[in-house]
Design a protein around this ligand. Structure first.
Ligand code: HEC
Length: 140
């Protein structure tokens, strides 16, 4: 009897630890743009890329759709940052697709997140694969 009570007590105290580990390594690990997903330094480099290679068309430029706010979210809300990255990688800049360097494009992603009103954080993405688990949402 005594022994049973002890194992119940042990099971009860281990359960929350297992649950917490599951959240850290399982599907609970998904982040959204609200979770400080980029570094400020990367976004600042990304702005230079944007100004040189995107601004002539987008957001007040000659032809591209807006890359921030409601117009942008109409297409991209609840998709991953990786999906947006892939779209840009394959089709943009419209007059020279395929010319962006991998680091330029990652920097650009950080700038686009910042331009949509999200704060940076200490554990910003480092690789394109990191973008797989980051969901595009509306800024509060
Ligand atoms: C020569 C003009 C031009 C340049 C330069 C350009 N774009 Fe575009 N972009 C467009 C046009 C036009 C569209 C809409 C038609 C299409 O999807 O191809 C578009 C569409 C997009 C879309 C899809 C938008 C949506 O809501 O679905 C994204 C994202 C995008 N551009 C990002 C970029 C980025 C990032 C750069 C800079 C690296 C860039 N574009 C440079 C013209 C341009």
């Amino acid at each position: 009897m005594m022994r049973n009570n002890i194992s119940v007590a042990i099971a009860a105290s281990i359960a929350p630890i297992v649950l917490a580990a599951g959240m850290a390594f399982g599907q609970g690990a998904e982040r959204t743009l609200r979770d400080g997903v980029y570094s400020e330094a990367r976004a600042t480099r990304g702005k230079a890329v944007y100004d040189a290679q995107c601004a002539s068309c987008h957001d007040g430029g000659s032809m591209g759709p807006s890359l921030k706010g409601d117009d942008f979210l109409a297409t991209w809300e609840n998709k991953t940052l990786r999906a947006l990255h892939g779209r840009i990688l394959e089709t943009m800049p419209a007059d020279a697709p395929g010319t962006l360097q991998p680091q330029e494009l990652l920097d650009l992603m950080a700038y686009l997140v910042r331009a949509n009103g999200f704060a940076p954080g200490p554990t910003g993405f480092e690789t394109a694969d990191d973008l797989d688990t980051i969901k595009i949402v509306r800024a509060k």
